[in-house]
Design a protein around this ligand. Structure first.
Ligand code: SF4
Ligand code: SF4
Length: 309
């Protein structure tokens, strides 16, 4: 066995050992196919007010510019599909935000991963990423054969659907790359039909500026634009509609990471209680969770918007 194949097998084994469900590898290179797509997406202002998306264009498309000397992108999937979900009738929170902030949970695993690579393979340089720097995580996961990019813009694994966090190691170790798999969306249009805000007017292209995730989390204005009244379907933080309706998610299996479980305090928190919540109680409830990002003010803006519809 060549040293490249041996290292590739070792890296995969470490990924599964650390609890990642899937691991795929790509050669670090320029993302040729994505470049014109990204340019067009930005030119249509589908990123809304997320101006940070406009920066680092070169680094976004070429990991060697982000991590000089890098040779491989190791893409990793971690399941966050919950066993216990919120009940209907309460302001809805996207499943990824039920528990502790995934950045914290996953970063810890990634640092352990790098340490183990160095201990078992030798001096390897690189950086770890989880939804935090200009890395096109879905494009890399697709390229590495971890799934295809569905018409709803999500990465879909053929055995377990799309409720996964995606993370990467970009390292200067040469590994054997995997290849992409086929797109299995076929003639299905369920996600396009279900999106309440018309953020999916075109298959495979998400108009981020119309997406409920953007409106409830990224948009920092005092008000959500009134054209979205009656369209939020109770979503107060993020939106899972286009994933919930995807037939491939019937294969989702519950995760086993207690940090990601739905926090008790969120199970029965109704709109009135959200609006009456005091700062101290919110801090307790949202501590180290993605909800901290919106702050109490943002959550109450969102809940008020739901109530006004
Ligand atoms: S997350 Fe919700 S609003 Fe955004 S594209 Fe999917 S269904 Fe539409
Ligand atoms: S709902 Fe259908 S079209 Fe949309 S991503 Fe899933 S399989 Fe593809």
């Amino acid at each position: 066995m060549s040293s490249i194949d041996k290292h590739t097998a070792q890296v995969r084994e470490m990924a599964y050992d650390l609890g990642f469900q899937y691991c795929g590898i790509s050669r670090a290179c320029f993302l040729e196919e994505e470049a014109p797509r990204l340019e067009e997406w930005l030119s249509k202002s589908y990123h809304g007010k997320m101006s940070y998306m406009e920066g680092h264009f070169d680094k976004r498309l070429d990991p060697r510019k982000l991590v000089p000397g890098s040779k491989s992108v190791v893409s990793l999937l971690l399941n966050y599909y919950p066993e216990k979900k919120q009940l209907d009738g309460f302001p809805k929170i996207s499943k990824y935000a039920y528990g502790k902030d995934y950045h914290v949970v996953i970063k810890e695993k990634l640092f352990q991963f790098l340490d183990r690579i160095r201990a078992e393979i030798g001096e390897v340089d690189g950086r770890v990423f989880v939804d935090s720097a200009p890395v096109m995580d879905k494009a890399w996961a697709r390229k590495s054969g971890l799934g295809w990019l569905g018409k709803n813009g999500n990465l879909i694994h053929p055995k377990e659907g799309s409720f996964f966090f995606i993370a990467e190691l970009i390292i200067d170790l040469e590994l054997r790359p995997d290849g992409p798999i086929k797109d299995y969306c076929g003639t299905c249009t369920r996600c396009l039909d279900a999106c309440p805000t018309d953020a999916l007017q075109e298959a495979y292209v998400v108009d981020g500026s119309r997406c409920i995730s953007y409106l409830t989390i990224e948009l920092k204005e005092e008000m959500i634009p009134s054209e979205f009244q009656d369209k939020m379907q109770d979503w107060a933080f993020g939106c899972d509609i286009c994933q919930d309706v995807c037939p491939w998610n019937r294969f989702s299996k519950p995760h086993h990471i207690s940090d990601f479980d739905l926090r008790e305090g969120l199970v029965h928190l109704n709109a009135k209680e959200w609006l009456e919540l005091e700062e101290e109680a919110f801090e307790q409830l949202a501590k180290h969770s993605p909800l901290e990002r919106s702050k109490l003010k943002g959550m109450q803006r969102n809940v008020r918007f739901l109530k006004s519809t």
